[in-house]
Write a protein that binds this ligand. Structure first.
Ligand code: NAD
Length: 265
């Protein structure tokens, strides 16, 4: 499968280039970077510290989509929307890992998915997707005298908060209780907040150092607490999951899919 990587010089972009080069049955179709990036025109293999791949980093996403059967996008919301429009126009598989999309942005992704198979997930690790399934199950079993709090920590460069994964875990917990997350969430607390409302789903965000991604879902009641935790120690897990999603999406009808569809959980 010919796979292109947009944002190929980013932290995740470089992992994705390596994952495509290391996966049997995949060919690296090319990579793009934003105009002005120092990485433009460098060789994609050399960019990630490997032998020359003979494919230069370019800025024209349309050319990359034309050459690719699937494109993987871990960039930024505005870029991802432009890429989704190209995937819809050219009928290419798109795998989106970008987080921080607004609900309007997600609506535009859904529109693009009427004409292309798009896999969109806040987290492509298998462990986190298992954590989402366990969270939904636990919140269905534990009634709302168990307070749900979601704590996440990421490296100091992360720009959105709470993390897309924390919000995904919140949605899973809300599904378990058959409520809409945005009717019960509390995304941050400061000052005199008053007592915690029953049924609230709270979030706490920590930032620092080089933490790849830690998430804990707590169910706290009088007298006991259940905690479900996942810790990612290497970004390669997200890249491997995204390549697996691209291979899975080949041959799927247009639609918006999640990593849980890919894993069948
Ligand atoms: P980063 O800033 O290191 O990389 C983003 C790259 O995209 C940069 O190199 C930037 O120049 C490039 N870019 C921006 N606009 C572009 C455009 N129009 N065309 C081409 N390239 C463009 O960030 P990162 O740490 O790699 O994270 C990227 C995104 O992926 C974030 O939203 C992050 O939260 C998300 N992420 C998701 C997962 C997951 O599993 N879903 C895992 C890790 C990170």
């Amino acid at each position: 499968m010919r796979i292109g990587i947009v944002g190929c010089a980013g932290r995740m972009g470089r992992m994705l280039v390596n994952a495509v080069l290391d996966t049997d049955g995949c060919v690296l179709a090319g990579g793009t970077e934003r105009l002005g990036s120092d990485a433009l025109d460098s060789d994609l293999g050399e960019l990630v510290g490997r032998d020359r791949a003979g494919v230069p980093v370019e800025s024209d996403a349309r050319l990359l989509f034309q050459r690719s059967e699937a494109v993987i996008d871990f960039t930024a919301p505005a870029a991802t929307l432009a890429h989704a429009a190209l995937a819809a126009e050219l009928g290419r598989v798109l795998v989106v890992g970008t987080t921080g999309l607004s609900s309007d942005d997600e609506g535009r992704l859904r529109e693009a998915a009427e004409r292309a198979a798009i896999v969109y997930a806040p987290n492509f690790s298998i462990g986190v997707n298992l954590l989402m399934a366990l969270t939904e199950r636990a919140s269905a079993i534990l009634a709302d005298d168990y307070d749900i709090e979601i704590v996440e920590m990421h490296h100091r460069h992360k720009v959105d908060s709470p993390s897309g994964t924390a919000l995904g875990l919140g949605r899973a917990a809300a599904r378990g209780r058959e409520v809409a997350l945005d009717s019960v969430w509390c995304k941050s607390r400061d000052g005199h907040t008053g007592a915690r409302p029953r049924g609230e789903i709270g979030f706490a965000t920590l930032r620092g150092g080089d933490v790849v991604g830690d998430h804990t879902v707590m169910f706290a009641a009088e007298g006991e607490r259940v905690e479900l935790t996942h810790k990612a120690s290497n970004r390669a897990v997200f890249a491997r999951g995204a390549v697996r999603a691209a291979l899975w999406a080949r041959g799927q009808s247009p639609g918006l899919y999640s990593m849980r569809d890919v894993l069948g959980i």
